[in-house]
Design a protein around this ligand. Structure first.
Ligand code: ATP
Ligand code: MG
Length: 461
């Protein structure tokens, strides 16, 4: 046990905030019921919750069998063991809580791009905080920028303010990229007396949230920093699904359907739809599968050629000659190797991608002109329409549960965590474990093969 404690103590747990972080979550088989190192909170929780989650409750992330103990290497604590299980803490209300509700000042901030469901999460965080008895709740306007820009003042939030905000898309608080450094943000937290910070954003925002958490530990501040992953692309590691994804797939189908109708109503019609997905093609793959109207689905994970006998354009020619029309969906991050690199970055330092949708359309136009085949091309880019949508029913429910669990996590005394679903259970994940790289479509997965079967597309390399 001592060995285990020494080995797996997360670097950012401090004596000031002993409840600060969940385990890094690697256990040998013999540790199937791991001992928690979390201390119970000191204060009784609200009686509103129908039952509590025990601090020992875990959700199984995955089980890894290594071919031999030596290949398991440092993953196993127990000599001779070749089976490792990874667990995360179950999300939900605890019977004993770490903060006195009357001493809490909670802040919510939304960063990065828009995503359906942001308002649903804000709303639910506010409502849940109020149910705990918290009265000081504020919104930080326009992302992390709101911590440093003196012209931006915090927005007081209450159930009354947020009651109907989920009925429209966007973020009540506004979003932004770039902004102040971590020291300035933590100075802002100190000045404003904030001791719970809910951060809604993507990988960049979460990297920021983790840095804020570390800086708070360094300054020995009792601040709980809780993330709620916002990525329409569904590209967060270890999580089943992130909010906004379902809505995005549903909305993407409208664009696909329009492209399909345009293509089918024209002589040799070709519809090209660009969908979101900077590094992961989940939206394009799922929208293609859901619609059944896509002939070619191009995603960042799978390289392709436009030209040549095995290229996309040659296949398009085959499709219009045999079927009479064709519909292509292309994820924004697909085929970046075909475009000229600019090295341009946005305010947050993200590389600005080349426009593969426009490029594909232009190359197709040139190609059909050169070979003397008539083709009627229509290009649809629904990105901003999709991002600005209101969350659909399934995302609305997901947002509600995530928002509630974010607050429960803060009251349980966690920090440096983010909330998500894992194997259908709601759980708290250490931020560092989910942001190391984006989750990608596995080209050998059954889902991708189902997509290929559905589109009937060949290999374009
Ligand atoms: P999206 O999925 O919409 O891109 P995101 O959260 O990744 O969401 P970014 O614009 O990359 O969006 O980042 C949002 C905020 O997080 C910005 O204010 C940025 O300054 C901050 N940020 C990004 N990367 C880091 C990092 N590595 N460390 C600290 N802060 C970061
Ligand atoms: Mg990002």
């Amino acid at each position: 046990k001592e060995d285990f404690e020494a080995r797996f103590r997360p670097p950012h747990v401090t004596d000031v905030f002993p409840h600060a972080s969940p385990m890094p979550s690697t256990f040998c088989l013999k540790m199937r019921t791991p001992r928690t190192r979390d201390f119970p909170g000191k204060y009784p929780s609200s009686e509103e919750w129908h039952g509590y989650i025990n601090d020992n409750d875990r959700v199984l992330l995955k089980t890894i069998y290594y071919s031999s103990p030596s290949s398991a290497g440092a993953e196993c604590i127990d000599p001779g063991c070749n089976w490792v299980e990874q667990w995360v803490h179950r999300a939900g209300p605890r019977e004993q809580i770490y903060f006195k509700p009357e001493e809490v000042k909670a802040a919510i901030v939304t960063c990065g791009g828009l995503c359906p469901g942001l308002n649903d999460v804000i709303r639910q965080i506010v409502i849940t905080l109020e149910m705990y008895g918290v009265t000081k709740i504020v919104g930080i306007p326009f992302g992390y920028r709101g911590f440093s820009d003196k012209e931006l003042t915090e927005v007081p939030l209450s159930r009354k303010v947020v009651q109907n905000i989920h009925l429209s898309g966007g973020s009540l608080l506004g979003v932004s990229r770039g902004g102040p450094g971590v020291n300035e943000i933590v100075d802002g937290l100190e000045e404003r007396g904030i001791n719970m910070l809910f951060v809604l954003g993507g990988n960049g925002t979460h990297a920021g949230a983790n840095a804020i958490h570390n800086e708070c530990c360094k300054r020995r501040l009792k601040v709980s920093v809780i993330g709620v992953p916002k990525t329409i692309d569904n590209d967060i590691l270890l999580m089943d699904k992130t909010f906004g994804f379902d809505t995005a797939v549903e909305e993407a189908q409208r664009a696909i359907n329009s492209a399909y109708i345009e293509a089918h109503s024209a002589y040799h019609g070709i519809g090209i739809v660009k969908l979101m997905g900077r590094s992961s093609g989940f939206i394009a793959m799922h929208a293609a599968l859901a619609s059944g109207q896509i002939d070619i689905c191009l995603i960042p994970e799978i390289p392709f050629n436009l030209h040549g006998p095995h290229g996309v354009l040659n296949h398009l020619k085959y499709l219009i000659e045999t079927k009479g029309s064709a519909v292509v969906c292309v994820a924004e991050g697909a085929g970046q190797d075909l475009l000229q690199k600019t090295n341009a970055t946005d305010a947050s330092g993200n590389i600005i991608l080349g426009d593969i949708g426009v490029y594909t359309q232009q190359e197709a136009k040139k190609y059909f002109k050169e070979i003397g085949v008539h083709a009627d091309l229509k290009y649809i880019d629904p990105t901003y329409m999709i991002r600005a949508c209101r969350a659909n029913a399934s995302d609305g429910i997901l947002c509600t549960v995530l928002g509630q669990n974010a607050v429960h996590g803060a009251f349980a005394g966690f920090s440096g965590i983010t909330v998500g679903t894992c194997n259908t259970h709601y759980a708290y994940f250490p931020i560092t474990e989910v942001i190391s790289h984006p989750r990608l479509v596995d080209r050998n997965s059954r889902m991708w093969h189902r997509c290929l079967t559905s589109t009937g597309q060949p290999d374009f390399v």
